[in-house]
Design a protein around this ligand. Structure first.
Ligand code: UDP
Ligand code: MG
Length: 318
C-alpha cells in the first residue's frame, strides 16, 4: 500500500491550524494507509510553530519544519517536497480552502487510473473581491500568452504526486522557481479535479492585490532586484508624464474645440517614444536580475528547526 505525505505550508495560521489538523486527520485515517502530515512553518510570527510542536506531541504522524524567516510559498513547498517520505506526496493549504476529502479521489486517480500527478483548479472565485478575481484571471491568461507551456486556468497548488514526479521536480536545480510552471513543464500523465471556491476556515489571506501583482510579475519574468527595478519605476514615471500630457491636451481640445497653445507634436512623440523605450529597458532589467539571482545559487529556503514524523521509521510507527 502506498504511503502518503501531506505538505502544509503555514504562515501565521494559528487561527486555523488545529481545525485543519482535525479535519485532515479524519480523512487520512479513512484512507487506511500509513501517512504523515508535514507542517512547514514559513517564518510565522504568531503561535503557528508552537501549535505544530504541540500537535506532534500527541500524534506521531506529524512532522514539522520551521524556516529561518518568511521565504514565500515556493520555498516552503520545496522544503516540504525535500523532506516528505511518502510514496505519494500531496501539497495542501493550511486554511481548509483545499478540501481534504479530495485526497481520496486523488489517490484513486493515481492508483487505479494510472495518473502520475493530480492537480486541482477552482471552478469559481466567490471568496475573492472583484478586483482580486479580475487580476487573478488576467494573470493566468497573460502567463499562458507569454509562456511556451500553458498552466491550467485557475490552477491551485493543491496537488498529489507520485514520488517519481517529486524526484523529477527536485532535480530542477533552478533558483527562480515557479512550481506551477514546473508541474506542467515536466510532463507525466496528469489530470485535474475542479472544485468550488471555499472561504478560509479562519485567519486572513496572506496576499493582497499588491503582492499578488508582484508575484505574478516575478513568475512571468522570474526575478526582482531592487537597483534594477529603478528602471522599472522610471517606466511608470514616463508613462504618467505621457498620459498627463496626452490627457491634458486631449481634454483641452474636446472642451475648447481648438488645440492648446502649449501643444507640441514633437514633445508628444518624444514622450511616446521614451515611454516605449523604458518599457523595453525595464524588461531587460528584469531578465538581467533573474540571471543575477540565479548565478548566486542561494538556497530557496533555510531551515531553523525540523522534526520527523514516524512514517517509514521501522518499528516506531504509531
Ligand atoms: N503561505 C506561506 N507563506 C507565505 C504566504 C502564504 O506558507 O508567505 C501559505 C499560507 O499559510 C496558506 C497558503 O500558503 O497555507 C495560501 O495562502 P493564503 O490562504 O493566504 O492565500 P490565498 O488562498 O488567499 O490565495
Ligand atoms: Mg487561502
Amino acid at each position: 500500500m502506498n504511503t502518503l505525505s501531506i505538505i502544509i505550508p503555514c504562515y501565521n495560521e494559528e487561527d486555523v491550524l488545529r481545525l485543519t489538523y482535525e479535519q485532515l486527520s479524519k480523512v487520512c485515517q479513512s484512507l487506511q494507509r500509513e501517512y504523515e502530515i508535514l507542517f512547514v512553518d514559513d517564518g510565522s510570527s504568531d503561535q503557528t510553530y508552537p501549535i505544530i510542536q504541540a500537535l506532534s506531541q500527541k500524534d506521531k504522524h506529524i512532522g514539522g519544519i520551521s524556516l529561518t524567516r518568511n521565504f514565500g510559498k515556493e520555498g516552503v513547498i520545496l522544503a516540504g517536497l525535500e523532506a516528505a517520505k511518502g510514496d505519494l506526496i500531496a501539497v495542501m493549504d493550511a486554511d481548509l480552502q483545499d478540501p481534504p476529502e479530495l485526497l481520496t479521489e486523488m489517490i484513486r486517480l493515481i492508483e487505479e487510473d494510472g495518473y502520475d500527478q493530480v492537480g486541482t483548479y477552482r471552478k469559481s472565485r466567490s471568496s475573492q473581491t472583484f478586483l482580486t478575481r479580475f487580476f487573478s484571471e488576467a494573470y493566468y491568461r497573460s502567463f499562458n500568452l507569454l509562456s511556451d507551456r500553458p498552466i491550467p486556468l485557475n490552477e491551485r497548488e493543491y496537488r498529489m504526486m507520485k514520488r517519481s514526479v517529486v524526484e523529477t521536480i527536485l532535480k530542477m536545480d533552478e533558483r527562480n522557481r515557479y512550481i506551477k510552471g514546473l508541474w506542467t513543464w515536466i510532463g507525466f500523465k496528469t489530470t485535474h479535479i475542479g472544485y468550488d471556491d471555499i472561504e478560509r476556515a479562519g485567519g486572513k489571506t496572506k496576499y493582497n492585490i499588491k503582492n499578488k501583482f508582484k508575484l505574478a510579475f516575478r513568475n512571468i519574468i522570474s526575478a526582482n532586484v531592487k537597483p534594477l527595478s529603478i528602471v522599472h519605476k522610471l517606466t511608470w514615471l514616463f508613462i504618467a508624464v505621457f498620459w498627463t500630457y496626452a490627457l491634458y491636451h486631449g481634454t483641452y481640445l474636446l472642451t475648447n474645440g481648438v488645440v492648446s497653445s502649449s501643444w507640441s507634436l514633437p514633445v508628444f512623440l518624444i514622450l511616446l517614444i521614451a515611454k516605449f523605450q523604458f518599457i523595453v529597458f525595464s524588461l531587460f532589467a528584469f531578465y538581467l536580475s533573474a540571471i543575477y539571482l540565479e548565478s548566486k545559487q542561494r538556497p530557496n529556503y533555510l531551515v531553523k528547526e525540523q522534526f520527523e514524523s514516524t512514517l517509514n521509521n521501522e518499528g516506531q510507527k504509531s
